[in-house]
Design a protein around this ligand. Structure first.
Ligand code: ATP
Ligand code: MG
Length: 230
């Protein structure tokens, strides 16, 4: 029986710095209820990616704790943590192998049916079906033909299939062509449903679909409100 996290994330008096003499988050507290879509915005260097890295346990706090459903992330089994919390980074990275392999990365035992269903859910099936060998297309050999937007859709399908309780997304800054921008917005809506999401948002359209927007500056929250009020 697999443990399924509800996805309630809390930062409890967190202090963090990459180096001892330079604190990035001096005293950070934040409560993200299960199922909430939180957009993170703020100037460069504010600490947005740092916050994301603490939730995915890339780093641990130097003081305080980050908890999932009340459990300190440090006390979770790495396997449970990896299943519960998934981060999709700016560089929607593809590994050598087929499109199907790349989607199945978050769930290695997935069947082709499950892989295709995940691709359909986020609208990635449209372009995959047009690839020379469909799901069997080698992304290394044909990598040049997969656009930035399409790479993003593959990583969305990967995250959808992994089905984490908490999804962290560092949105790409690079502007995409209009059709794929719209496709990605639609895909996002599907991907964010029924889970907690923390999105480092660069697009206004993403901020608009969030339940809550956090504005950060120098490792602190300077605004915390609904997108309508900001
Ligand atoms: P951006 O919008 O540019 O992505 P950000 O809000 O994500 O900015 P962070 O990447 O969290 O900002 O960086 C916060 C601070 O931590 C910055 O001053 C940055 O220089 C520093 N920093 C980030 N990563 C490291 C690292 N690996 N080692 C040392 N310092 C780092
Ligand atoms: Mg960043």
């Amino acid at each position: 029986d697999l443990w399924h996290a509800r996805g309630h994330i809390r930062f409890e008096d967190v202090e963090f710095g990459y180096a001892r003499d330079r604190v990035i988050l001096p005293d950070f507290s934040l409560d993200i209820p299960a199922g909430e879509t939180l957009a993170l915005v703020g100037t460069t260097g504010a600490g947005k990616s740092t916050l994301a890295k603490l939730v995915s346990r890339f780093y641990d706090p130097t003081r305080g704790a980050v908890t999932l459903d009340g459990v300190d992330l440090r006390n979770l089994h790495p396997k449970d943590l990896r299943r519960a919390i998934v981060m999709v980074t700016q560089e929607a990275y593809l590994f050598s192998g087929t499109v199907a392999d790349n989607i199945a990365l978050g769930k290695p035992d997935a069947t082709l049916d499950e892989i295709q269903a995940a691709a359909r859910a986020v609208g990635a099936d449209v372009f995959i079906d047009k690839l020379p060998d469909g799901y069997d297309t080698d992304v290394n050999k044909r990598g040049g033909r997969v656009s930035a937007g399409q790479r993003q859709l593959i990583s969305f399908a990967r995250a959808f299939l992994a089905n984490p309780s908490v999804l962290i997304l560092d949105e790409a800054t690079a502007s995409l062509d209009i059709p794929s921008e719209r496709m990605i917005q639609d895909a996002l809506q599907t991907l964010l449903a029924d889970r907690t999401a923390i999105i480092i948002a660069h697009r206004l359209s993403t901020v608009a679909i969030a339940d809550r927007v956090l504005v950060m500056e120098h490792g602190r929250i300077i605004e915390d409100d609904s997108p309508e009020n900001l």
